[in-house]
Ligand binder design. Sequence first.
Ligand code: INI
Length: 157
Amino acid sequence: MTKIIEGHITAKDLKLALVVSRFNSFITDRLLAGACDAFLRHGGSDKLLTVVKTPGAFELPLITQAMARTKKHDAIVALGAVIRGDTPHFDYVAAESIKGLAQVTLDTGVPIIYGVLTCDNVEQAIDRAGTKSGNKGFEAAVTAMEMASLLRLIEKP
Ligand code: INI
């Protein structure tokens, strides 16, 4: 019979770190609240939850890498909000944050979940931070639970 492996969505005994950018904090505070809500509502313990703040999304990869290297967390969620302005700055920040985080997750083997909004305007960001389009912070934390569980199942079947 075909063996199908799928992760469980539970935060019981999960050591989770949330690395959150302060830039556009009116959005990232909402993403952080959503991620904490998901963690606690899925059985997580606040004693196993660590929150670290960075100045902006550009700084997320370095701090996430430092957190991943401690090997103290089963998964890490990076949260941020990059919102397009009048200059190309948006493109550089958005590109470097995803590139850096992708590198960290593969280099360290720790699941890093990309909870960074990349939006054309403030309205799009608000929609994704707990209004019309849900809360991407909540969704990212649920993905972290599944990925941590999946890795555990693969490494220790
Ligand atoms: N940082 C963000 O997290 N979001 C943004 O929209 C943003 N924009 O557009 O400027 C932003 N810039 C700051 C950047 O992340 C760094 O903190 C800064 O460049 C210092 O390195």
